[in-house]
Design a protein around this ligand. Structure first.
Ligand SMILES: Cc1cc2nc3c(=O)[nH]c(=O)nc-3n(C[C@H](O)[C@H](O)[C@H](O)COP(=O)(O)OP(=O)(O)OC[C@H]3O[C@@H](n4cnc5c(N)ncnc54)[C@H](O)[C@@H]3O)c2cc1C
Length: 393
């Protein structure tokens, strides 16, 4: 496997870095990024996305007929990773999940309406799969979609939970049950404007201080044109999109920045007049963190290698997400252990080491191991699809 970028790929990375240096502002870049924190939730962040779009850097791997540059997926990877290292927002959901699924399965109306808007960064999406009784097993979703033949569409009623972005997104990419008699072949994906009459959004705050949402549907009508692909085939599209999400929304950049911060803190700090860098246990923790970061990078490259060859990297994505999220949790654990009681001080508290960065990380990394599919579910995927183990043994 060749890990070096080509001259053209390197030139793109440098051009992108120059653009981000020129637009570095605390309004759009989080100096302490966490895995799931890089959403496009403010106007200045939308502005940055529009700047990327103007330069043709969104959807570079899309077909030319939809505004893409037909470049290899390596360019999307370079974009995502570079943005994440700068703490900039990520274009993942529109370009990576909704756009790619519409290209594969969407009707002409959806292609014409959404693809140009996605590639020009004019539209943000929220993704609605989880429900109170359908989390790890999202295929148990019960949001009801009933046929309205007279109006040529579907009427949606029910309740979603954990919908990140619902409070600022323009469109809702949502799964609903169109056939109660079949679990996996009874789900359809719909696109609904987020300000549609009958949709109610309530905040849910996570332990990591991020907002996600509950969304209630009361008689929300969706015309047939806004059904994604075939009726009752939504679960297939959702599984494909979940594989893309684990990869597209999980850059390694935030972990890299945290490992760097921890190493710098150990290198520069003292306790009782003695430099921490000489303490054997801390040296070993730094070495462990740096090694785990390298393993995460390699697992990520396996995902990229498989995706670039045109595959859907299901098992590779699960291995990467599981390892990277658990490594993030171990790093926060190590850092708080090394920092002693002061490590528990919250961000912006006087005396908090690294301004409380690892106190927040300690809380946030728990969320990472749940969002996008819990660690136990990743293990199940690796066991069954990767190792061929039976469901019950
Ligand atoms: C911050 C955040 C953002 C999110 N954003 C979105 C979003 O935008 N859209 C969306 O649709 N969802 C979103 N989710 C939901 C997320 O996908 C679910 O929380 C996740 O899939 C787990 O589901 P659950 O919370 O219902 O837990 P449960 O499924 O009830 O699981 C509880 C525990 O049991 C374990 N478990 C469950 N089943 C098994 C099994 N078969 N084998 C072994 N262990 C098992 C789980 O690993 C977990 O530890 C988000 C979640 C979080 C925390």
């Amino acid at each position: 496997m060749d890990f070096e970028f080509s001259d053209d790929e390197n030139a793109f990375r440098q051009e992108l870095e120059a653009f981000l240096d020129a637009h570095a502002s605390p309004e759009v870049m989080d100096r302490n990024p966490e895995q799931l924190s890089q959403t496009v939730d403010t106007l200045p962040k939308r502005g940055l996305m529009a700047g990327l779009a103007e330069r043709g850097w969104l959807g570079m791997s899309w077909p030319a007929e939809y505004g893409g540059a037909e470049k290899s997926g390596i360019y999307d990877f370079i974009l995502t990773e570079t943005l994440s290292r700068y703490g900039a927002p990520q274009p993942g959901k529109g370009v990576g999940i909704v756009g790619k699924t519409i290209i594969r399965h969407g009707n002409e109306r959806l292609k014409q309406y959404f693809l140009p808007r996605i590639i020009r960064a004019e539209v943000e999406f929220a993704i609605g799969y989880s429900e109170p009784q359908a989390g790890s097993d999202a295929s148990a979703m019960q949001l009801k979609a009933e046929r309205d033949e007279d109006r040529g569409g579907w009427v949606l009623n029910g309740h979603k939970i954990w919908t990140t972005s619902a409070h600022f997104a323009d469109w809702y990419w949502v799964g609903a049950r169109t056939d109660p008699s079949s679990k996996h072949n009874g789900i359809t994906v719909f696109l609904v404007p987020m300000d549609h009459e009958g949709l109610e959004i309530h905040p849910t705050w996570t332990i990591g201080d991020e907002r996600t949402n509950e969304v209630f549907f009361s008689d929300v009508f969706v015309p047939d044109d806004f059904v994604v692909g075939e009726v009752n085939q939504g679960w297939k599209y959702i599984c494909e999109a979940l594989d893309l999400e684990r990869f597209a929304m999980m850059p390694v950049g935030p972990l890299e920045k945290k490992v760097e911060a921890f190493c710098d803190w150990v290198r520069e700090s003292e306790r009782d007049g003695a430099p921490l860098r000489k303490v054997p246990r801390l040296r070993s923790q730094v070495a462990q963190a740096a090694t785990e970061l390298e393993v995460a990078r390699m697992l990520q490259r396996k995902v990229i290698a498989s995706a670039v060859k045109g595959g859907i990297p299901t098992v590779e994505s699960s291995m990467y997400k599981l390892y990277m999220n658990e490594a993030g949790k171990r790093l926060a654990d190590s850092a708080l252990d090394a920092m002693g009681p002061a490590g528990q001080l919250k961000p912006d508290t006087e005396g908090a080491p690294l301004n409380g960065r690892f106190e927040r990380s300690y809380r946030y990394t728990v969320v990472d191991t749940i969002g996008g599919g819990a660690s136990e579910i990743q293990k199940n995927i690796i066991a069954r699809r990767g190792l061929g183990l039976p469901k019950n043994f």
